[in-house]
Write a protein that binds this ligand. Sequence first.
Ligand SMILES: NC(=O)c1ccc[n+]([C@@H]2O[C@H](COP(=O)([O-])OP(=O)(O)OC[C@H]3O[C@@H](n4cnc5c(N)ncnc54)[C@H](OP(=O)(O)O)[C@@H]3O)[C@@H](O)[C@H]2O)c1
Length: 252
Amino acid sequence: MNIVLLGSGKVATQIGKALHNAGIPVAQVYSPTLEHAQTLAMQVHAKAISELAELTKNADVYIISVKDDAILGLVDQLDLGDKIVLHTSGSTAMDVLKSASTNYGVLYPLQTFSFDKTVDFSQVPIAVEASSPEIAKQLEALAHKLSPKIIQMTSEQRLVLHIAAVFACNFSNHLYAIAEQLLESKGISFDYLRPLIAETAAKVQQALPSEVQTGPAIRKDEKILQKHLDFLKEQPQLQEIYRLLSQSIVNL
Ligand SMILES: NC(=O)c1ccc[n+]([C@@H]2O[C@H](COP(=O)([O-])OP(=O)(O)OC[C@H]3O[C@@H](n4cnc5c(N)ncnc54)[C@H](OP(=O)(O)O)[C@@H]3O)[C@@H](O)[C@H]2O)c1
């Protein structure tokens, strides 16, 4: 089995490296910016291309891992017969791939990826969906080369998984960034928060988040809540975020 990667961003880079390390050859890396294609191609011993006209028709699997808004435009330019075409998006329906090939599917790795931080793929849950039972078998076999944690999911379930991931990961990180800014305004180092953040994340490895909530909102410490809102009065957007999240904690 050999692979073509369409995209050279964070996910393509981590999937490409993991496949290469698992002994699965990557034939080509396509990316609109040749330099970006080259950076990844060098790491996985593939050929870099920036023109779809140069795309080989001889690979077994084509993995599209480009920004979500670019998937449709790219798919429209592909005509890959019965080759397996996959995308890696949480919120894009599988069927958008049907004009590119008769065989298609989704391989959505549930993790936050960066260029430089190598991910232990064996710990990453991968949501898969395929256009037919036969393709499902081949897709699962490929996904198993990356991780033992394979989950069959419909496009609708995967959408919910992605929204949940945005709340759990992207929004949490944004809240860290708000905390960073607040501390910075008083010359306090973000380092002091790191043990707290680590313990909060560690607790939900054993318990459900709804069971381990702490803080003034769950205690209904009204005076403290008001004091915090008063402190934030010069920053109405932060004040609104604080109010909404506190109310959500109470409601849940
Ligand atoms: N980041 C994550 O943690 C994560 C996790 C799971 C799934 N995903 C999904 O994986 C996919 C890729 O995400 P990513 O974070 O790896 O993205 P990324 O790092 O931002 O990389 C985006 C890629 O899209 C390419 N691209 C941009 N515009 C394009 C166009 N018009 N036509 C073709 N290619 C285009 C870029 O090519 P150039 O650099 O050459 O412009 C680049 O290779 C998305 O569907 C995302 O939802 C992401």
